[in-house]
Design a binder for this molecule. Structure first.
Ligand SMILES: [Zn+2]
Length: 115
């Protein structure tokens, strides 16, 4: 399945290939404040359709995950990081994907606040 995604204003646009089996809702300070529903996908399944230079980057804690957001509208469609084995991974905010209805998804609660 191919999903089209964007920030609110459209400055960041992307597409991602895969199947959303389950999304993660985490209670850590970052995820809860931004209201993420995250779907993890190999980084190479995500294709940017807008210039990489148009994205702003936020990092915190260990600064290992690049949280990409739009400097105009503030939406954060995804973050890029690495799995423990070093393979690149993308955490997609499914709220920024077209045609995805959050109430129809299987949501896994993650207690990130305790990590
Ligand atoms: Zn935007």
């Amino acid at each position: 399945m191919n999903y089209q995604g964007s920030c609110h204003c459209g400055r960041i646009a992307f597409e991602v290939e895969g199947q959303i089996d389950e999304v993660m809702e985490c209670n850590c300070s970052h995820c809860s404040k931004k209201g993420f529903l995250l779907w993890f996908s190999p980084r190479d399944q995500v294709a940017l359709k807008s210039p990489e230079a148009d994205m702003a980057t936020y990092t915190f804690n260990k600064h290992e995950i690049k949280h990409q957001f739009c400097p105009d509208c503030g939406c954060q469609p995804f973050g890029f990081g690495q799995m423990p084995d070093g393979s690149p991974i993308a955490a997609i905010n499914v709220r920024c994907l077209e045609g995805v209805e959050p109430t129809e998804l299987t949501i896994k609660q993650v207690d990130g606040r305790s990590f």
